[in-house]
Design a binder for this molecule. Structure first.
Ligand SMILES: NC(=O)c1ccc[n+]([C@@H]2O[C@H](COP(=O)([O-])OP(=O)(O)OC[C@H]3O[C@@H](n4cnc5c(N)ncnc54)[C@H](O)[C@@H]3O)[C@@H](O)[C@H]2O)c1
Length: 307
């Protein structure tokens, strides 16, 4: 059998998430890390010393393009649209971190840029690659819980992010909430309608919020987000149906990091397969538009409640 050449992936942005992608890409089958782009000299020196090809900007990467087949964008959220547009124009398939823009119109423009260039745009909603959640979704779709009544999704981080990160993240509902909103939509196959949000504290970017989400077809979603959890970065989901119940603590304590990285590996392998022509398995740009639209409605609800 002919050997399939690995998909050569460049990572744009080598901060917390870019490095998680680098670790996952090294473990993934059918993928190799071709280059890293980051404007910070110390980051580049460190990665160059580890044997990686480094560039200070996407322009430089594109000038030396022949060795790159696809790109992971893990730069700050306020750069997603600009980078996706630039990379799509260079005809590179893109796996962009969530939320893929700061506002719905930016995500729409990113989707349009990818469509115009006819390149793959996948968005990094890694929950779709967690085996426990895939199984939960299959059981739900097969009717194992009867009619779904309530899907509760919880994401509690150990500690708040830096002020520098917050300033470019769009706030807790955009930064963290989009994961839960995409997860509810993906798990149930239902669209997200009205969203009502409250926070126990005031301020521009509260460290804890609760959201009630109306789903098409009558079920309800509940999202709880927080940034001060004693058990580390944790996520869990609870499902109530007319004929069943399930609770999945799929990311919990010290074991959580492995679940996260395994999902990134599976996500990278799915992306590489799509680059080679297989159907897209991860979140599409259109999925990202639906998630960020709901996050924006949620943010408006929070702002209105604070007045
Ligand atoms: N899917 C997830 O669970 C998850 C988790 C964390 C972060 N994220 C997303 O990943 C993105 C990055 O977050 P982070 O926590 O890694 O932030 P970070 O601040 O730790 O890292 C961002 C990196 O991008 C680099 N950068 C800045 N401008 C750049 C440019 N023009 N080109 C290339 N690189 C550039 C910075 O120097 C930095 O190294 C955000 O969009 C965030 O929403 C996703």
């Amino acid at each position: 059998m002919a050997r399939v050449e690995p998909v050569r992936v460049a990572v744009v942005g080598a901060g917390r998430m870019g490095r998680a992608h680098l670790r996952a890409l090294r473990r993934a089958d059918g993928v190799t890390v071709a280059a890293v782009v980051d404007p910070v000299p110390a980051v580049r020196s460190e990665l160059e010393a580890a044997g990686l090809h480094v560039f200070a900007a996407v322009d430089e990467l594109l000038a030396g393009l022949p060795d790159v087949d696809a790109v992971v964008v893990a730069a700050p959220t306020d750069l997603h649209l600009e980078l996706v547009t630039q990379l799509a124009a260079a005809h590179l398939p893109i796996l962009c971190e969530k939320p893929c823009g700061l506002r719905p119109d930016e995500t729409v423009q990113a989707v349009e840029a990818a469509a115009a260039a006819q390149v793959v745009l996948q968005v990094g909603y890694w929950r779709r690659f967690v085996p426990a959640l895939r199984e939960l979704r299959e059981r739900l779709m097969a009717g194992a819980f009867g009619t779904p009544l309530l899907v509760s999704c919880w994401q509690w981080d150990a500690a708040p992010p830096s002020d520098a990160f917050r300033a470019r993240s769009g706030g807790i509902l955009l930064d963290m909430g989009v994961h839960e909103l995409d997860q509810i939509r993906w798990l149930t196959g239902r669209e997200l309608a009205d969203v009502v949000v409250r926070a126990p504290a005031t301020g521009d970017d509260p460290d804890s919020v609760a959201a009630l989400v109306e789903l098409d077809g009558g079920a309800a979603g509940f999202v709880s987000l927080g940034r001060m959890f004693p058990h580390g970065d944790c996520c869990w989901v609870e499902l109530m149906g007319t004929e069943g119940h399930a609770r999945e603590l799929f990311m919990w304590g010290d074991a959580g990091e492995r679940v996260f990285e395994d999902a990134l590996v599976a996500q990278a392998e799915a992306f590489a397969a799509t680059v080679r022509g297989a159907p897209q398995r991860g979140a599409t740009g259109e999925d990202a538009v639906r998630a960020i639209e709901a996050a924006e409605r949620a943010t408006r609800s929070l702002v209105a409640a604070a007045r």
